[in-house]
Design a protein around this ligand. Structure first.
Ligand SMILES: [Zn+2]
Length: 511
């Protein structure tokens, strides 16, 4: 009886009427003035691809900070790390000329070199043995080189460790060639295999011989990442940067060209690639926008996405679809008259794509806040609609109430509240920023997303490829997601209690 009374009192806080007026206003904004696609348009099409260390990233962070401030939030640019050098991407084009002409479909990994303006050259297939290299030596000058292997996204390796590895393969290839020649024609002889998959075996020697650049085959869409030695290991300066373009070409075009070269036909390729570097170190920052809690300022709800995005496209989905919805949810709450009882932090994390660096830095810089976070909401799973949310069992009734306006606004999405089945706390991060919070013991339960209405969205098509543009986001879902995010996160900030962690994470089993 006493417990019932307490629950009844908790469900009727003094600010209840003000809060429900705010939610009504959020519903009105959602219907009449939903700006989620405007934010996405600016992120993608005014700033472009947002690699950390680029001007586009810094410009986007500056704009997001300014915009949050205009809506009345407190904003901090929190340093997450720095790049040893910076990188800015311009446009690129290429074509085949000679006997046949065709436009070329390709990209280059971030933090790799561009051309010296449009550069034309003949084509050579990479040598695999010392003898082949010597035979081609003079032909390499001014040539585009077709290298072996298929695109993994990473730039060709060029550091001392890679040179060691290549040297060993070259020696093994020479030994295999010698052996195969010796045993040729002999009965029962076993042939040794020659490595034909490691790309650019004579990398340093070919650069020295004056090649124009390297070309590797890739599946389409083309997934290109970055030069790991520069971005992750650091320690590069202007003086030590690689200087030769690293091209990933549509595999169908690659094999056409390779066959023509094998037939000794007249093939000329021309590329113009505008990849530029800037002096480092280049610091990068997460954008942290705060609405202070009116009742429990030292308890928190985190709403995040990552601001950085691959620059072969413009991050229209990964993670523009997250950042734009997080920003619009913040705007809806901030301009609705809501007075969240707990502090709400809207964070656009830096450097997710290079190893969850921004989220990791934030959790390290704010250890005192971590025990006080109810849930970390993270939108990084595509431009989809929200269809359900699993919550601690003891809060299910409150969330059913919070979700009512969502059902009213979007009856055809059938938004559901379910309860969490507690599971062990993850021990390693991966995939997305939310996992960093999970490893730190913070609940980071995500709403389930779905392509409910059948827009044929395919995450693998856009995932770190040249297709990840503004047009791949789905306005109908984005608008729904921003609204659901606003209502659910505000509701979480106004709960009768902080999320009980034992209802999220199971205690580790005794050994
Ligand atoms: Zn992402």
């Amino acid at each position: 009886m006493k417990r019932l009374l307490i629950i009844a009192m908790l469900l009727l806080p003094s600010g209840l009427f003000a809060q429900s007026a705010a939610v009504k206003e959020i519903m009105r904004i959602s219907k009449e003035d939903n700006r989620v696609m405007q934010h996405l348009d600016i992120l993608c099409n005014r700033f472009g691809g947002r690699m950390v260390g680029s001007d586009a990233y810094d410009n986007a962070a500056e704009w997001a900070a300014h915009t949050f401030k205009q809506w009345g939030l407190e904003v901090e640019l929190e340093k997450a790390g720095e790049m040893c050098v910076g990188f800015n991407r311009g446009g690129w084009w290429g074509r085949m000329t000679g006997e046949q002409t065709m436009p070329l479909y390709f990209t280059t990994p971030s933090y790799t070199s561009g051309t010296k303006g449009p550069q034309k050259g003949h084509v050579v297939i990479e040598p695999r043995t010392e003898a082949e290299f010597n035979r081609l030596k003079h032909k390499l000058n001014g040539a585009w080189v077709l290298v072996n292997g298929t695109n993994t996204g990473w730039a060709l390796e060029h550091d001392a460790k890679a040179a060691e590895k290549r040297k060993a393969i070259i020696e093994a290839n020479a030994e295999a060639t010698r052996h195969n020649r010796e045993v040729a024609g002999k009965e029962g002889a076993e042939l040794k295999e020659i490595d034909t998959t490691t790309p650019a075996l004579f990398y340093d020697q070919m650069v020295e011989a004056g090649v124009l650049g390297f070309i590797q085959a890739s599946k389409v869409p083309i997934r290109t990442l970055y030069d790991r030695a520069i971005v992750r290991d650091g320690g590069y300066t202007f003086e030590t940067l690689p200087t030769v373009p690293d091209i990933r070409l549509d595999e169908a075009q690659y094999s056409t060209i390779r066959k023509m070269v094998e037939e000794r036909r007249d093939v000329v390729l021309e590329f113009d690639i505008r990849n530029y570097f800037k002096m480092g170190p280049v610091p990068y920052h997460s954008v942290v926008a705060t609405i202070k809690g009116s009742k429990y300022p030292d308890e928190y709800v985190i709403v995040g996405g990552h601001l950085d995005a691959y620059d072969v496209a413009t991050g229209g989905v990964d993670c523009g679809s997250g950042c734009s919805a997080v920003m619009e949810a913040a705007r809806m709450i901030a301009t609705s008259g809501a007075k969240p009882e707990r502090t709400m932090k809207f964070i656009l994390f830096a450097a997710e794509e290079i190893g969850l660096v921004g989220a990791t830095a934030w959790t390290k810089q704010h250890p005192d806040l971590l025990p006080k976070i109810s849930n970390m909401f993270n939108r990084d799973g595509g431009p989809l609609a929200y269809i359900s949310f699993s919550v601690p069992a003891s809060l299910k009734k409150e969330y059913d109430k919070i979700a009512e306006p969502i059902k009213e606004l979007y009856p055809d999405y059938n938004f559901q509240i379910n309860t969490i089945n507690p599971s062990p706390k993850p021990t390693s991060a991966g995939g997305t920023d939310a996992t960093v919070f999970q490893v730190a013991g913070v609940p980071a339960v995500q709403m389930r997303e779905s392509d409910v209405k059948g827009y044929d969205f395919n995450y693998m098509e856009i995932w770190h490829t040249e297709r990840d543009t503004y047009r791949k986001s789905i306005p109908e879902y984005q608008k729904q997601a921003a609204t659901v995010l606003a209502i659910m996160t505000l509701g979480t900030a106004n709960l009768s209690k902080q999320w009980p962690r034992e209802e999220v994470y199971k205690a580790p089993e005794a050994k």
